[in-house]
Design a protein around this ligand. Structure first.
Ligand SMILES: [Fe+2]
Length: 289
């Protein structure tokens, strides 16, 4: 069984509410036009960029093509990859709201680093030496969860766990959590895999995420694992993110090619763990968190 063996939190903690929505800086409408709140049509949800600037740049270009009006990031901006400073700078420059990932948590708290496997620990210790004081202060400012558009955004599992993996949550606890969720749904990352679950009339159902629009449940609850931008583990080397068309109330998987060979070469050039370069090249290695 995969997982850390850590206790899984139960739904009881209040979350940070994101008010008002924050937009991609370049796409902001002038507030004086009075259309700001009504212009949101497409929300992109990104997770687990993991210091992969090549993947982030391609995803940001795809956001433009897809007509995304707003972006929310689900954490793990850093760790594994060669460009933690540049990735965080880009997220901050665009004013993209984000929650705290377990890699940010481990950067800030040595006790959390103990839960990581040895290679991930090496990568994070190197990351700590590669980021500026401003970036560290920004990472410290991240909250474990946020609420926007009637939904919850968290790295690992609702309500606010950055460390719980969806695959280690028993089905009865998932049903209980979704049934009690004050919001209509929750977007998560952390596993670097894709998942879409709905709870309607007490019945849990799983669906494949597809690069075509899929309706969200009208009255039930939902949970979406949006995959990873910078280190996919879903069997497909492309970066992944989810686009939520709020007018149609559908979600759509976006798959974005990026130059993984270049990122892997940068990991090697910096002397970061070879396993993290090989993972981007989809070469065999043991599973690590
Ligand atoms: Fe991650």
């Amino acid at each position: 069984m995969r997982g850390t063996g850590r206790p899984i939190p139960r739904l009881q903690t209040p979350v940070i509410s994101l008010q008002p929505p924050v937009f991609i800086a370049e796409k902001n409408f002038p507030p004086e036009k009075g259309v700001l709140f009504f212009s949101i049509m497409r929300l992109a949800i990104l997770s687990d960029i993991h210091a992969n600037l090549e993947a982030l740049v391609e995803v940001l270009a795809d956001l433009e093509r897809a007509g995304a009006d707003e972006v929310i990031c689900l954490g793990d901006h850093v760790g594994y990859g060669p460009d933690p400073e540049a990735v965080v700078e880009e997220i901050r420059r665009r004013g993209l709201p984000s929650v705290l990932g377990n890699h940010e948590l481990a950067l800030l708290d040595p006790a959390e680093l103990e839960w990581f496997n040895p290679l991930a620990q090496v990568s994070l210790l190197r990351t700590a030496a590669m980021i500026s004081a401003e970036t560290l202060a920004y990472l410290k400012s991240l909250q474990p969860s946020l609420e926007a558009h009637g939904s919850l955004f968290v790295h690992g599992f609702p309500p606010d766990s950055a460390t719980t993996y969806l695959f280690e949550v028993p089905e009865d606890l998932l049903i209980e959590t979704l049934a009690q969720l004050p919001q209509r749904g929750c977007f998560i990352g952390h596993t670097h895999e894709l998942a879409f679950a709905t709870l309607e009339h007490g019945r849990l159902a799983w669906q494949e995420l597809e690069p075509q629009p899929i309706p969200l449940p009208g009255r039930g609850r939902f949970l979406v694992n949006v995959g990873s931008v910078g280190q996919p583990r879903d069997g497909d080397p492309r970066a992944k993110y989810i686009l939520w068309d709020q007018r149609a109330d559908t979600i759509e998987l976006r798959r974005v090619p990026f130059d993984a060979a270049r990122t892997a070469a940068r990991i090697r050039a910096l002397g970061l763990p070879e396993a993290h370069a090989r993972r981007l090249e989809f070469q065999p290695l043991r599973r690590d968190a």
